[in-house]
Design a protein around this ligand. Sequence first.
Ligand code: ADP
Ligand code: MG
Length: 730
Amino acid sequence: MTSLRFKALDSVFQRKANEVSGSSKITAIFGENVFTLKVAREFLSDEAYKSLVASVKGSKKIDRTVANQIASGIRHWAESKGVTHFTHWFQPLTGTTAEKHDSFFTIKSDGSSLEEFDGGALIQQEPDASSFPSGGIRATFEARGYTAWDPSSPAFIMEIGNGKTLCIPTIFVSYTGETLDYKAPLLKSLEALNKAAVDVANYFDKNVTKVTATLGWEQEYFVIDEGLANARPDIVLSGRTVFGHAPAKGQQLEDHYFGSIPERVYSFMRDFEEEAYKLGIPLRTRHNEVAPAQFECAPIFEEVSIAVDHNTLLMDIMDRVARRHKLKVLLHEKPFAGINGSGKHNNWSMATDTGVNLLAPGKTPKTNLMFLTFFVNTIKAVFDYSDVLRASIASAGNDHRLGANEAPPAIISVFIGQYLNKVLQDIKERVSAKFDEQDEAILKLDLHRSIPELLLDNTDRNRTSPFAFTGNKFEFRAVGSTANCANPMTVLNTIMAETLKKFKDDVDALMEKGEKKEIAIMHVIREYIVASEKVLFEGDGYSEEWAKEAEKRGLPNVKTTPLALDAMITDKSKELFESNDVLTHIELEARHEIELEKYIKKVQIEARIMGELCTSHVLPAAVKYQNILIENIKGIKEIGLDESAYSNQKQILTKISEHISKVSDLVAKMIEARKICNAMDNTRTKAIAYESQVKAPFFEDIRYHVDKLELLVDDQYWQLPKYREMLFLR
Ligand code: ADP
Ligand code: MG
């Protein structure tokens, strides 16, 4: 039997790029599968439309009769587009999306049938929730959960093959009200941020009544041939290669970046972009990344909750569309060792309903003071809660990336560029503690001139920082490529809300003492700069020196997920999330548990795959070749040649034999270590043990010997597609 590897290699050469019809104009299809407010206007009565608009904008509740009208309007729209089924679409803590399809079709009591979708079906559903992680919440309280309509995110139609399904974006809560998804806390964090930010923005502009957070994500991913991916059980089961020797040609040439996009991948991109446009996802850029077979796409930024939906939707779409092209998308943070991993930069800012980006330097001293206020508050928030922010991006996959030399380190620092550093230093020096004498000096601080329109070039140069100011937004770069952005965004919004609340208290306290508003604001800004400047770092974030320096500064550097997650459940974190009404301490503890369980499962699966691949793929191939060498040496001896005729073979044989025994030995020991971990009851202890007793001592070591064998063993016996094949054949 030919191995899957060779079958796959054969078919790779047969493949051609799919023809993609490709609409000529994006605007012609953009949002055609979305129940936008414009569509709502057409399909809803005045009353229903107004009620929907109100609930999209604020948090005004929709009553049942109006919900019935809205449901009926949505159904008519969906049916006009050939939809027969609907589903509540939500983002459970597994990290994927979930849906349960029901048809509009029902049977009345008299036996006649009709198509129906009422307000009840729109507003609430009870999916079979028992299989979604709840971190023990449901077990403790009530074994049921339900999904509830989130009107702030528009309904959309998902096309899968010929089927079309109406998707209602929902949040997922337990029967006792605890949130069980990523979306609900995100919405709450946006509300907390809105309140706090409006209060502070009102110091500068009384017309501001709403502040929303904005997000522009940049999704990195790998694309390889589907046949080759399927011939790698590790990719199929864990999304990454646990073995594989680096190809002779790696990314050292750096010729892939912005290089021409291979034809099959190009046609795949156009195809998924078209699907994305129909769903109103405003994709704008596509390009090759540094590593071979790695790419990136990014949309125009949107309000955070919509951007989060769009990102999760897109990950789903990419996966599905890739199959049409016989390609496999790898969203894993580190699919290939020795080659850059994938991240998902989260560009984040805040915008007012008066159309101002609060992190964009202004044109007048007043708007610049507003910019400075939000800018410095962000730095302070990140400094005060860097551990919580670190926890929000912790995952088994991201552990491979954070701290590797292509990704920001696990130390959270903030890069703001020389220019703004100077501005902050000026403020620190010139605004001193003595109020009376300082009024003049402060007012003379010419903020107008000192922060002119910043050139992006001035701020965007340092790519090694995990949290960088890039001209008019902060870019959180440590987020993993598979992550649901909702998690880091929830934390960012919440720590910002908390910091702004304190800021307002501090400024108000000074004003009550009779200080002028501007003076009070400048003083608190100065205080915050002094308090948080330790988090600012301009140098090379990847360097050893920085790790040392950060330690001196007392900045946390937690490298592994099980320990990084501790920050979720500290008293500080509970206080933060509870007081801002984002997550209760019970929800935090449940989430902490779920993240630990996810970590354990991931490492466990990888360890199993390693063991299995060794025994069923690697060792048989190595032994086969070992036997051939033995036969060869025996034969040479038999015909009477002396040792020089087989000394090379003997050397190879010795090496192969050494690696074989190392692999068998290490795999056996790893299985033992796993058994010990599996017997542990406490989830945290178990996760830590999986990291320190299974992953750390064995993964790299086993891999080393397997990869050596890959180089030594005759290619025709090697069952697993090699790096050069996966990365360079398209
Ligand atoms: P890169 O980081 O690759 O150099 P850009 O800096 O041009 O790319 O932009 C990256 C992302 O930042 C884009 O998705 C863009 O939409 C987003 N972005 C721009 N302005 C904002 C903003 N005010 N809020 C959130 N995201 C933004
Ligand atoms: Mg970027």
